[in-house]
Design a binder for this molecule. Structure first.
Ligand SMILES: *Cc1c(COP(=O)(O)O)cnc(C)c1O
Length: 367
């Protein structure tokens, strides 16, 4: 059994995919071919925002977002302590200071009480950098608590960045993930909900000024043309080939979203009451980047699954405040994030899982 069966996905769309990829090969327009702009329009329409700007990967997307918002040395950015390293890394890479905020045990997302405490502490401190932004992460596919966060940030003059690397496809009410931040980002790494055949990423915003800044930053800070450089930027474009792959995948995306929601529902029916299962509130849709249970005997459970030939993953075994790269910041560890790092286990999850496979995984856990 595969943890995320990308081969089955390819088989399901092989004819269209092969045609799309060969078209790019034959066209010669490997950088910024017409598929890139077409895809950007499709993604902006899907998410319901004015601008989509693609880039080379989800980490660059975060970094570009912070650059466009003018965040750098002397600024503080609040990030969840329980996330993929890139969320915090991007903050440090622009020279700002990440402050790690604990998460909620059930949603895995940034805890608003702890955010408030950390913000109050930062505002009261004379030595600390100026609070500028919050990066909320749609961890495992579940949108963060934007009903609260959007107003919270607006009232306090903080920028809100949505790290939707795992969240693309999710929604709250009729608003899609990647539309909640002042700037939102996603990743097209192959195993993400919408993945390409290599690295890729995108940014979303309604703001015209940030959108044009982002288009400049992703090509060496270009001005009127790419040999007129008006600022320092990155080389961070999405390949035409990846855009073509994503155009094919977008045609199947809503069916896949439906399928992963079926897989999650089935897991929950089988496991509910026996282990701590993830629950999504009414009106919210998860893109189910991961189906993550919590168990005291996590390591034993993982060993038993492995013995039965079933792969599972620990996302994430180490919190941000415990990363060696951030040791110099000297921040206190966050208790809920610490606990989660000891108890979480992500089960095989993808749109092409059969009911038999879901039952097989569940039966080992129930034993
Ligand atoms: C994957 C991921 C990223 C980084 O995306 P890449 O495309 O791998 O650079 C950032 N944040 C989160 C939450 C992720 O899961």
């Amino acid at each position: 059994m595969q943890f995320r069966d990308l081969h089955r996905q390819y088989e399901a769309m092989k004819a269209e995919m092969d045609e799309a990829m060969l078209n790019v090969a034959a066209s010669g327009a490997y950088i910024m071919g017409p598929q890139v702009a077409e895809l950007e329009q499709q993604l902006a329409a899907y998410v319901g925002v004015k601008h989509c700007i693609t880039c080379a990967n989800g980490t660059d997307a975060l970094r570009l977002a912070l650059m466009a918002l003018g965040i750098g040395p002397g600024d503080t950015v609040f990030v969840p302590d329980f996330t993929f390293f890139a969320t915090a890394e991007a903050v440090a890479m622009v020279g700002a200071t990440p402050v790690f905020v604990d998460v909620d045990r059930d949603s895995f997302n940034i805890d608003t009480c702890d955010l408030n405490e950390k913000l109050t502490a930062a505002c009261g401190s004379k030595t600390m950098a100026t609070p500028k932004a919050v990066i909320a992460v749609d961890l495992f596919g579940r949108p963060a608590g934007y009903d609260y966060l959007v107003n919270y940030c607006r009232e306090r003059g903080l920028m809100l960045v949505e790290d939707g690397a795992q969240g693309f496809g999710g929604s709250i009410g009729d608003k899609k993930a990647c539309s909640f931040g002042d700037i939102s980002t996603t990743s097209f790494f192959p195993a993400k909900p919408l993945g390409c055949y290599g690295d890729g990423g995108a940014l979303f915003t309604d703001n015209d000024e940030w959108a044009s800044l982002l288009r400049s930053y992703r090509v060496h800070g270009k001005g009127t043309d790419k040999y007129d450089n008006v600022r320092l930027g990155l080389n961070s474009r999405l390949d035409t080939l990846q855009a073509a792959v994503l155009q094919v995948k977008m045609r199947h995306f809503d069916d896949e979203l439906h399928a992963v929601n079926h897989v999650a529902k089935r897991y929950t029916e089988l496991l509910h009451g026996k282990v701590h299962v993830p629950e999504i509130p009414n009106g919210m849709v998860s893109s189910w980047a991961q189906y993550t249970i919590q168990a005291e005997n996590r390591d034993e459970l993982q060993a038993r699954l492995k013995a039965a030939g079933i792969p599972s993953m620990v996302y994430y075994p180490r919190t941000m405040s415990r990363q060696t790269a951030f040791a110099h910041l000297g921040q206190q560890p966050c208790p809920i994030a610490d606990r989660l790092s000891q108890t979480v286990l992500s089960l095989p999850m993808h749109p092409y899982m059969t009911d038999e496979e879901i039952e097989m995984v569940s039966s080992i856990i129930l034993k």
